[in-house]
Design a protein around this ligand. Structure first.
Ligand SMILES: NC(=O)c1ccc[n+]([C@@H]2O[C@H](COP(=O)([O-])OP(=O)(O)OC[C@H]3O[C@@H](n4cnc5c(N)ncnc54)[C@H](OP(=O)(O)O)[C@@H]3O)[C@@H](O)[C@H]2O)c1
Length: 240
C-alpha cells in the first residue's frame, strides 16, 4: 500500500545500512525520499541501488551551517530519519578522546543539528526517528562513546517529543545488526563467523539485518499515535 504517497522523507545517513534500506521501503510506499551523507561515492552507489528513484545530497551533518543550508531547500518535511554514525569506540583507559568526540559528532550532533533545522518544516502527523543502540540498554564493556550517546539520545527523544509536539519524536535502539557499519571493525570473513556465533546467543537465534530495523522506522512514520517511544530491535540481545 502506498501509505507514504506524496510524503517528503529525509534520511541523514541514508547512503548505506539501515538508512538505505529505510529509503528503499519508503520509496516503495510512495514517498519522495532524499538521502544525505558525507561521501558522494556512497550516495551515487545508493542511488544506483535504488534505480535512480532517490534524491541525493552531500552533507556533513555534524556541521550546523551545512545542515541549515540543506533544510532551507525544503518547504516541508514529513518524516526525518537520522541514522548517521561512524567513528571510534573503545575502552576508557586506552581511549583516544579526540577520536571519541568524533563519534559524538557523527551520531549525537548530526541528530541534534538535523532536528533543529528540520523541525520548523514539520507538524501534525509528521515524525522524527532517532537512533540509540543496544549499549544504552545493556552494559557492554569498551563502549564509552556509544553508551553515552545512546543514553543521551533516548532521554532527548522523550524531551523533544514534548518540545516539538505535535511533531512526533521516537527512538530506535538496534542490537547488533549486520550492516556495512561492521566493515570498520572486522573483515568480511570474520564478520560471518562473528554473526553466526552471535546468533546462537540471542533468543531469536538469527542474525539481525537492516530490513529488521527498517520495519520499526516505517512503523514510527505511519503511527500517528506514537511519540516519545523507544523501540528495541535487538532479537532479545538485551535480555542475555
Ligand atoms: N549496525 C549495528 O549493529 C548497530 C547497533 C546499534 C546501533 N546502531 C545504530 O543504528 C544507526 C544506523 O546504523 P548502520 O549500521 O546503518 O550504520 P552505517 O551502515 O555505518 O551507516 C551510517 C551512515 O551514516 C553516514 N554518516 C556518518 N557520519 C556522517 C555525518 N557526519 N554526516 C552525515 N552522514 C554521516 C554514513 O555515510 P558517509 O560515510 O557517506 O557519511 C552512512 O550513510 C546508527 O545510529 C548506529 O549507531 C547500529
Amino acid at each position: 500500500m502506498k501509505t507514504l504517497e506524496n510524503k517528503t522523507v529525509v534520511i541523514i545517513g541514508g547512503s548505506q545500512g539501515i538508512g538505505l534500506e529505510t529509503a528503499k521501503e519508503a520509496i516503495e510506499k510512495g514517498a519522495n525520499v532524499t538521502i544525505a551523507s558525507r561521501s558522494l561515492e556512497k550516495l551515487e552507489n545508493a542511488k544506483n541501488y535504488l534505480n535512480g528513484t532517490v534524491a541525493i545530497y552531500q552533507l556533513d551533518g555534524s556541521k550546523e551551517d551545512e545542515v541549515k543550508t540543506f533544510f532551507d531547500k525544503f518547504e516541508k518535511v514529513n518524516h526525518l530519519v537520522v541514522s548517521s554514525s561512524g567513528g571510534y569506540g573503545g575502552a576508557i583507559k586506552e581511549l583516544d578522546m579526540e577520536a571519541a568526540k568524533g563519534l559524538f559528532d557523527s551520531k549525537l550532533w548530526v541528530q541534534m543539528n538535523a532536528v533543529k533545522h528540520a523541525s520548523p518544516k514539520m507538524g501534525q502527523g509528521d515524525s522524527i526517528t532517532l537512533f540509540s543502540g543496544i549499549v544504552s540498554k545493556k552494559a557492554i564493556v569498551g563502549q564509552m562513546p556509544y553508551t553515552g550517546i545512546g543514553g543521551a539520545v533516548e532521554s532527548l527523544g522523550k524531551m523533544l517529543a514534548l518540545e516539538l509536539a505535535p511533531t512526533r519524536v521516537n527512538v530506535i535502539a538496534p542490537g547488533f545488526i549486520h550492516t556495512t557499519a561492521w566493515d570498520a571493525y572486522m573483515p568480511e570473513e570474520e564478520q560471518k563467523e562473528f554473526f553466526t556465533g552471535f546468533a546462537e546467543t540471542v533468543p531469536v537465534k538469527q542474525v539481525g539485518v537492516a530490513k529488521d530495523v527498517t520495519k520499526g522506522v516505517l512503523f514510527f512514520m505511519e503511527s500517528d499515535y506514537v511519540t516519545g517511544a523507544v523501540l528495541d530491535i535487538d532479537g532479545g540481545q538485551k535480555l542475555v
